[in-house]
Ligand binder design. Structure first.
Ligand code: DAK
Length: 254
């Protein structure tokens, strides 16, 4: 399968989805999210036993596309949010294990895509965080719900309130990465781990994933987050935060 910005490749029963928009550090726009949605559907239709998620070039994904988002109205932000939630929900509900291979930047929506996967490994040079606050917004694709689960409430609040960017070692210490590998070994380690997962009994794997999901089946928080996120569009802080990024300057919030 091939979209302009998303590739799906197969190696035996392992499907690998790669976001390939390196000129924007794989920032997620409408085309990219639609490509991811289609690739996930194709991986599921092809009975993938593992879905690997990664980014091309120097980034996993540097977040949602700020240049696209900056002028969205609340209604447009809602539609945009549904598309992003569709991708993270599909990843979370994918019938087989999903593995995020974070080699480079994973900020904002990129961090949220990684957190929607079952397992995460990082390269030594990876940086990860929910950095949205400095854009005058909050994580909107599940970050407010999934980050506290992974790292605990206090750490999640510190990361989200301050927009912290964690290096790989700290991310592993906090529970965001299962393991950290040297940059030049990450491809090999990802393939090894994916093959190990693919060799496990698929019915039991699906049952384990489904049962674990029940521990987190309350979607009320995700719905709250969607509404809170969209409500920030059009506020002076959102306009200022995103304008400052595009104009390459520090934001001045009121
Ligand atoms: N969006 C658009 N373009 C981006 C981008 C992004 N997130 N990140 C990088 N780029 C672009 C840069 O603008 C630059 O483009 P040109 O100027 O060359 O045209 C190119 O990628 C290379 O970036 P830099 O020149 O900045 O490269 P550096 O190595 O100097 O810095 C960096 C890399 C990743 C540290 C820096 O680019 C950066 O801080 N990027 C922003 C990271 C960030 O804040 N990400 C969070 C985005 S907000 C929603 C729910 C959720 C979300 C949205 C909606 N709904 C419910 C509606 C999610 C929001 C986010 O993810």
């Amino acid at each position: 399968m091939s979209d302009q910005t998303v590739e799906l490749e197969w190696s035996d029963d392992v499907a690998t989805m790669t976001v390939d928009r390196p000129e924007a550090l794989n920032a997620l726009n409408v085309e990219t999210l639609e490509g991811m949605r289609d690739a996930i559907d194709e991986a599921e239709a092809g009975d993938a036993r593992v879905l690997v998620v990664r980014g091309a070039g120097d980034a996993f994904m540097a977040g949602a596309d700020i240049k696209y988002m900056r002028d969205l109205s609340t209604a447009e932000a809602q539609a945009w949010g549904e598309l992003g939630h569709g991708v993270t929900d599909r990843l979370e509900g994918f019938p087989a294990p999903t593995l995020a291979v974070v080699d480079g930047y994973a900020f904002g929506g990129g961090c949220e895509v990684a957190m929607a996967c079952d397992l995460r490994i990082g390269s030594e040079s990876a940086l990860i965080g929910n950095t949205e606050i400095d854009l005058g917004i909050i994580p909107g694709w599940g970050g407010t719900q999934r980050l506290p689960r992974l790292v605990g409430e206090e750490t999640a609040k510190r990361m989200i309130y301050l927009g912290e960017r964690l290096d790989a070692g700290t991310a592993a210490d906090e529970g965001l990465f299962g393991e950290v590998v040297p940059d030049d070994e990450i491809d090999e380690r990802a393939a090894e781990l994916a093959a190990e997962l693919a060799a496990k009994p698929a019915f039991a794997m699906g049952a384990a994933k489904g049962a674990i999901a029940q521990a987190y089946s309350d979607r009320g928080g995700l719905e709250y987050e969607k509404r809170a996120f969209a409500g920030l569009f059009g506020t002076p802080d959102q306009r200022e935060g995103m304008a400052a990024f595009v104009e390459d300057r520090e934001p001045e919030f009121r």
